[in-house]
Design a protein around this ligand. Structure first.
Ligand code: FAS
Ligand code: PHB
Length: 387
């Protein structure tokens, strides 16, 4: 089997890349280890920067997003008994949109299938070969146990944090930067109307909590918990009790899904080796406090799609050669923002009283300073794209 671009992973990065390449007349094959229902049911991110919304809209993927997405002009910060609204639109002229990642995945899977181009689900034992040559290959086993080989010009490693692409980079080439946080998020999806029409980020003595949503009848709520939290220790009543304590009253309802998300900051450099290009979580992970994970994947893919379009249109490899440098400039600014939001809003070790007071003072300063509110707002709505 042969194509121009072999894409490993059908998450937001892989699906959007395939779509942008198809619109540029570039052929690709997507290989995904999970089933279609699995990836379309995976509850993850929920907040899109204005740039992500514009990217999906310009690519013809915005119809349901504009119909069902919830556009937000602001968010609320809370610190114990203080509250301050951050007027995102007033401060930056830009907005954010709540639209579940799984909804965007459904839209992009449907668009991919409508092209008739290959999207293979439930593949196993995906392996990358000859990535340092101009004829890289991918091999895999299909659902029937048959082995396949895909020859291509370029491999896009869009296979997330645990995929094989980053691992295919030579160890002597790869530099990894990581910080693992001493806490996690316990997240629920509940059939309950959101307590506010905008997001609430709360720093509380007992820990962080976030009230967000998916629709007028679906609340998405998170609370800080231990990194090794056992969900069996968290019956619904205990979850609601902690959310009420940290967020003030919230509306209760049947909990449809609950899970624990680990918190880490992670960057792998470079994001390219030979004809292998990493995009999205395969190259970086941010703590979800800044709502940046999926948005960073979109930003990487914009650059990669433009670089491959240049390559196939005979405009040379300049953008391909600068891919990693361009993406990393944004990635490290977003890593810093996500780390800053996480450090300011979460309770770290209970023993360090100095750190606790400095963090509280920082959050109070942000809530009371127009300059700091503007700095938070312009990063939250999304920094300008280079490409
Ligand atoms: P993804 O991980 O989404 O997609 C990678 C794909 O590759 C997956 O479908 C996987 O099955 C596939 N794959 C892996 N190995 C493979 C192999 N060997 N062969 C073939 N396919 C393979 N971000 C936020 O902004 N807010 C949040 O609240 C938030 N919550 C999250 C909760 C969890 C549990 C996780 C894991 C992440 C969360 N994120 C959140 C981050 C998340 O949204 C990612 O940033 C986003 O999914 C990145 O998209 P991709 O890079 O496409 O990676
Ligand atoms: C979400 O809606 O899932 C969400 C929103 C903002 C965040 C994290 C998650 O910072």
């Amino acid at each position: 089997m042969r194509t121009q671009v072999g894409i490993i992973g059908a998450g937001p990065a892989g699906l959007l890349l395939a779509h942008l390449l198809h619109r540029a007349g570039i052929d690709s094959v997507i290989l995904e280890q999970k089933s279609r229902p699995y990836i379309e049911g995976r509850i993850r991110a929920g907040l899109l920067e204005q740039g992500s919304v514009e990217t999906l809209t310009e690519a013809g993927l915005g119809e349901r997003l504009h119909r069902e997405g919830l556009v937000h002009d602001g968010l609320e910060l809370r610190c114990d008994d203080m509250a301050e609204r951050i007027d995102l639109h007033g401060l930056t002229g830009r907005r954010v949109t709540i639209y579940g990642q799984q909804e965007a995945v459904k839209d992009m899977v449907a668009a991919r299938l409508a092209t008739g181009r290959p999207l293979h689900f439930e593949v196993e034992d995906t392996q990358l070969h000859d990535i340092a040559t101009d004829q890289p290959r991918i091999t895999w086993t299909d659902q029937h146990g048959e082995r396949h080989e895909l020859r291509c010009d370029v491999i896009a490693g869009c296979d997330g944090f645990h995929g094989p692409s980053r691992a295919a980079m030579p160890a002597e080439v790869l530099r990894v930067y990581e910080r693992v946080y001493p806490f996690a998020w316990l997240g629920i999806l509940a059939e309950a109307s959101p307590v506010s029409h905008e997001l609430i980020y709360a720093r509380h003595e007992e820990g962080f909590a976030l009230a967000t949503m998916r629709s007028a009848r679906l609340s998405r709520l998170y609370l800080q918990c231990a990194p090794d939290e056992d969900l069996n220790e968290w019956p619904d009543a205990r979850i609601w009790e902690h959310l009420h304590r940290r967020l003030g009253r919230v509306n209760e309802g049947p909990i449809l899904q609950k899970g624990v998300t680990a918190m880490r900051s992670f960057v792998a450099e470079p994001m390219r080796h030979g004809r292998l290009f990493l995009a999205g979580d395969a190259a970086h992970i941010v703590p979800p406090t800044g709502a940046k994970g999926m948005n960073l994947a979109v930003a990487d893919v914009r650059v990669l799609a433009a670089a491959l379009a240049d390559f196939y249109r005979g405009r040379g490899t300049g953008l391909m050669d600068r891919y990693s440098e361009i993406c990393l400039r944004r990635i490290w600014k977003v890593q810093r923002f996500s780390w800053w939001m996480t450090a300011m809003l979460h309770r770290f070790s209970a023993e360090d009283a100095f750190e606790h007071r400095v963090q509280t003072a920082e959050l109070h300063y942000v809530m009371q300073s127009q300059a700091m509110r503007t700095a938070l707002a312009e990063q939250y709505v999304g920094l300008p794209y280079e490409v």
